[in-house]
Design a protein around this ligand. Sequence first.
Ligand code: GLN
Length: 473
Amino acid sequence: MSQTAYTFQSLAQTREDLLSGKISASALAEHYLSKAKSEDKYNAFLELFDASALETAAAIDKRIAAGEPVGKLAGCIIGIKDNICYKGHKVGAASKILEGFESMFTATAVERLLQEDAIIIGRLNCDEFAMGSSNENSAYGPVKNPINPSLVPGGSSGGSASAVASGLCMASLGSDTGGSIRQPASFTGLVGLKPTYGRISRYGLIAFASSFDQIGPFTKTVADAELMYQVMAGRDQMDSTSARRPVHEQRTSKKTYRFAYYKEVIESEGMHPDTRKLFDEKVAGLKAEGHEVIEASFPYLDQLVPCYNVLAMAEASSNLGRYDGVHYGKRSEKAEDIPSTYFNSRSEGFGPEVKRRIMLGTFVLSTGYYDAYYSKGQKVRRLIKDATDKLLTEVDFILSPTTPHPAFKIGEKADDPIALYLEDIFTVQANLTGHPAISVPMGTTADGLPLGIQLLGNAFDEETLFNGASLLH
Ligand code: GLN
């Protein structure tokens, strides 16, 4: 396979390079496939889709040669998280229970990328069923952070982050239920977007917690994130929760914006001193440019993580009921009758974190505990949403570090689920409320580790969110 050198600049530039004849889509696909084969020291890719990637690329080249128009993502090399379906290709949510399972249809988000002539190069490692914050819960081994391979890349979309950060693909798709795009973006120096709930169709996304899950992009720049978002967003009749609201084409911006941050967050225990320092510098920079940054307080900070966990685990226990050893993927060798098929296939197929969540989720939904946990969680979720909406009538954005600290060592928190759940402290608010949020790099610690800053904005106003993100990056 030939190794054509190519320096990636932006998705739009790649398309230009194709149209000007600087490089062909086939050469790009070959280049990235061979790079992903020889340079993936991070366990980012679970599988490369050589045949279909090369076939797509050849078709694009043919159209360019014939002078026919090509799409907005022509030649862009994109990896997808292993919980997003692509017809005729394996998908497994990094779980043994789906070993060997092949998608029977293509996720709408992927379909829309393909319609704009993107090249899907493979599927990316993640935490099993997207449950985790470190990518240590994959049945196929942990993903490493390209900045320092002894560190986690974050999770659950760790492979999606590692692959883009190490240049094995130009952009990738992840999913974000409680922070799984934004936290790994923060740990690897990328831009990560969780769109408004309902913005991007969930059709073809393997469900974790359906009222929280959203697909979103990992990119190097805000402009690339915006382009990916614009291609994927919008109503899809295959997902009844997808919104009919129009998606912006051209961005219009204001001169100055209003930001709020929570004082308690900035002063919270466990905040790395460098996170605080970089955040303070960003705030000072915004003020110097004439933006207003106010201190606000949020009455439900302590309820965010528990509320998310009660509700997300309840939904997970219900969603994962479908893996029974009959319908999809793995069936235990020990299966003899219906009970032993269910019992053995699930015992052997699910990893420990997934089992923990199914059990906790089943508990909070069970008779006698439903009111105390699940329905109370729903009420708290409503209070959190109303308080967030109220604050967003006064300011354009809620600003916070994406994570309290930079990437940690592989294994460091593996035996401490509570510590890992607390990783989501700044990210879960947007999933509980449905608001869009984006993480952009805010600098590096004294040790050279990247950290992200997060903007949370008004629902269905990604346009303004991208304006804010552009100010910060
Ligand atoms: N880290 C969070 C969790 O473990 C979020 C996961 C996600 O967004 N998929 O649930």
